[in-house]
Design a binder for this molecule. Structure first.
Ligand code: OMP
Length: 284
C-alpha cells in the first residue's frame, strides 16, 4: 500500500494526527524494564500498545537504537507494529543524506531491513541523493525543510538572490520537481508556525507535513494545526516523543503515556475543530 494511502487511512481510523516518536533513552526507563535483556524492545512495545489507539503512526529515531547496538530490537519493534497495528505507518527517522550509491543502501535499510513506510532524509546533497529513495515508489520520503531547532535558521533562513529563504526554496523544489511518486513529505518544526503556514501555502493541499516540536520543545498545538493542516483539516503528522515516552518514571508509566497521548490527540482535534469553523464563520 502506498504511504499516503496508509496515512490517510490512519488519520481517519484513529481520528488522529498524532505521531508517537520512539526515542528510547535507557537512562530514562522505568525501573521495571531498565535491566531487562531487551529493555529497549520491552519499553517500546509497551508504549506502542499504550498509545496506538490515539496515534496516526510511529516514528522510531534510529540513533537511539544504533548507539545501544540495538538495531535488532528496532527491527523487532517494526515487525511488532506491522503485525499488530498494520494500519499505522512507520516513519523511520534517520535523516540520511549521501551520494546515490550509498543512499541506495540507506533506502534498503529503511524499507527492506526495517520495513518502514517512510523515511526522513536530508536534502543538502541534492536530487541524486534523494532518487534512490524515490525508486521505492510506494514509500514515503520526508525531506527536512524548516527544522524545529534554533540552529536550523543558520542555513534554512539564508536568502537566495531573489530573497527567497532556503527552506521555502526546498519546499517549492520538492513540490514542483522532486515528487514524481507523489509520496514525498516535508519536515517543519512546530516551533516555527509562521514558516509552517508559508510552506503549506507553497506546497498546496496534498503533501503531508511531519511536524515535531510540540510537547518537550514547547511548540503550540493550536498554532501548529492552524498553520499546517490542509483544507480537509488533515495533512500533518504532529510528532511528540519525550512528553509521551517519559510521562512518568513510576509504576504507572504505561497509563501516563496513554493519558498524554490521548489528551494530545484530543487537543489537536479541538484545534482542527476550530479550523473547520473558520470557513463557516467567514460565510456568516
Ligand atoms: O525529523 C524529526 O523527527 C525531527 C525534526 C526536527 O526538526 N526536530 C526534531 O526534534 N525531530 C525529531 O523529533 C524528536 C524529538 O521530539 P520531542 O521529544 O517531542 O521533542 C527527535 O526524534 C528528533 O530527532
Amino acid at each position: 500500500m502506498k504511504f499516503t494511502d496508509k496515512l490517510n487511512h490512519a488519520w481517519q481510523t484513529n481520528n488522529s494526527l498524532l505521531m508517537i516518536g520512539l526515542d528510547p533513552d535507557v537512562n530514562r526507563f522505568p525501573e521495571e524494564v531498565k535491566n531487562n535483556k531487551h529493555a529497549i524492545y520491552d519499553f517500546c512495545v509497551n508504549i506502542i500498545d499504550a498509545t496506538a489507539p490515539y496515534a496516526c503512526g510511529f516514528k522510531p529515531q534510529i540513533a537511539y537504537f544504533a548507539s545501544e547496538s540495538a538495531e535488532d530490537q528496532l527491527a523487532g519493534i517494526c515487525q511488532y507494529i506491522n503485525k499488530n497495528y498494520p494500519h499505522l505507518p512507520i516513519v523511520l527517522d534517520s535523516k540520511r543524506g549521501d551520494i546515490g550509491t550509498t543512499a541506495e543502501h540507506y533506502a534498503k535499510e529503511a524499507f527492506l531491513r526495517y520495513k518502514a513506510d517512510a523515511v526522513t532524509v536530508n536534502p543538502y546533497m541534492g536530487l541524486d541523493s534523494i532518487e534512490p529513495y524515490l525508486a521505492w515508489d510506494d514509500k514515503g520520503v520526508i525531506i527536512l525543510c524548516r527544522t524545529s531547532n534554533l540552529g536550523g535558521s543558520d542555513l534554512q533562513f539564508a536568502k537566495l538572490e531573489d530573497g527567497t529563504p532556503l527552506y521555502l526554496y526546498v519546499a517549492r523544489l520538492v513540490a514542483e520537481k522532486w515528487n514524481p511518486t507523489g509520496q514525498c513529505g516535508l519536515v517543519v518544526g512546530a516551533t516555527f508556525p509562521e514558516e509552517i503556514a508559508k510552506v503549506r501555502q507553497v506546497i498546496g493541499d496534498d503533501m503531508p507535513l511531519l511536524i515535531p516540536g510540540i510537547g518537550a520543545q514547547g511548540g503550540d498545538i493550536l498554532n501548529t494545526v492552524l498553520a499546517g493542516c490542509n483544507s480537509k483539516t488533515t495533512g500533518v503528522l504532529i510528532n511528540s516523543s519525550r512528553a509521551i515516552l517519559y510521562a512518568s518514571a513510576g509504576t504507572d508509566w504505561r497509563e501516563a503515556a496513554t493519558k498524554v497521548a490521548s489528551s494530545t490527540r484530543d487537543a489537536i482535534n479541538e484545534a482542527r475543530h476550530s479550523l473547520s469553523l473558520v470557513p463557516a464563520l467567514a460565510q456568516t
